[in-house]
Design a binder for this molecule. Structure first.
Ligand SMILES: Nc1ncnc2c1ncn2[C@@H]1O[C@H](COP(=O)(O)OP(=O)(O)OP(=O)(O)O)[C@@H](O)[C@H]1O
Ligand SMILES: [Mg+2]
Length: 224
């Protein structure tokens, strides 16, 4: 059980020498674990997250989530893996503007083949837990920035993913909203026994995670 990342490298082809973005990143996590990844702009943090989330294959190395290497799956298997095993929260919420908050949270259920009454109840329960129980029929434009991020968090958790990935989830928020969203990320991932990886420039957010690692020039190393 857990996440295993072994010696992962990523290069991008260029007209000249290939651009090396990740150089042998290795890490391991267990259910309930939380990890902050910090590092300067361009150091490869988002690249690493997209590999962990099976959005992008590594050039070399191996990723396994609960014993499954997603990059060995066929296209439908890979799509199901991304949808059911991994939750994403980005700096921008990417909520669908024409849909209500509740509908947005149900989108991953629709992608998995339709949403039942039980799904709807679960989505409502999640929205209650993130403090949006009285905003179910609001559209994203009718929410505050922090509320949008909380709705995005509920959406990321609706399929009970094994792994929750957050890329600068509080980057666009004021300090108080950032703190709320940060606490909620941690609390929800603990409750659901989801592994949590957060990329952040915020020292406060990094400090509340169980562990911290730094990416520097594509090299990943533990800090403190
Ligand atoms: N698809 C791509 N093709 C070519 N180069 C890329 C691609 N994606 C990212 N890069 C390069 O890889 C490097 C790392 O990018 P990445 O987005 O992982 O950085 P980051 O650590 O998330 O930075 P930031 O803190 O600014 O978000 C950058 O120099 C970027 O230009
Ligand atoms: Mg980034």
């Amino acid at each position: 059980m857990g996440l295993s990342v072994q010696d992962v490298s990523r290069q991008y082809p260029t007209p000249g020498e290939p651009l090396v973005v990740l150089r042998g990143a290795t890490l391991a996590m267990e259910p309930g674990d939380s990890l902050a990844i910090v590092g300067p702009s361009g150091s490869g943090k988002s690249t690493l997250l997209s590999i962990l989330g099976a959005l992008d294959p590594p050039t070399a190395g191996r990723v396994e989530l609960d014993g499954v290497d997603p990059f060995t799956l066929d296209e439908p298997g890979l799509a199901r893996f991304r949808n059911e095993r991994v939750g994403f929260v980005f700096q921008d919420h990417y909520l669908l503007p024409q849909c209500t908050v509740l509908e947005n949270v149900l989108v991953p259920k629709l992608a998995a083949g339709g949403s039942s009454d039980a799904d709807r109840q679960q989505a409502e329960a999640l929205l209650n837990r993130v403090g949006l129980g009285d905003r179910l029929t609001h559209r994203p434009a009718e929410l505050s920035g922090g509320e949008r991020q909380r709705a995005a968090l509920a959406r990321a958790l609706v399929n009970r993913p094994a792994l929750l990935l957050a890329d600068e989830p509080t980057g666009n928020l004021d300090r108080q909203s950032a703190e709320n969203v940060g606490e909620l990320l941690l609390e929800m991932s603990r409750q659901q026994e989801t592994m949590l990886v957060v990329v952040t420039h915020s020292q406060e957010l990094a400090a509340v995670m169980a562990r911290r690692m730094r990416l520097d020039d594509g090299r990943l190393s533990p800090i403190d």
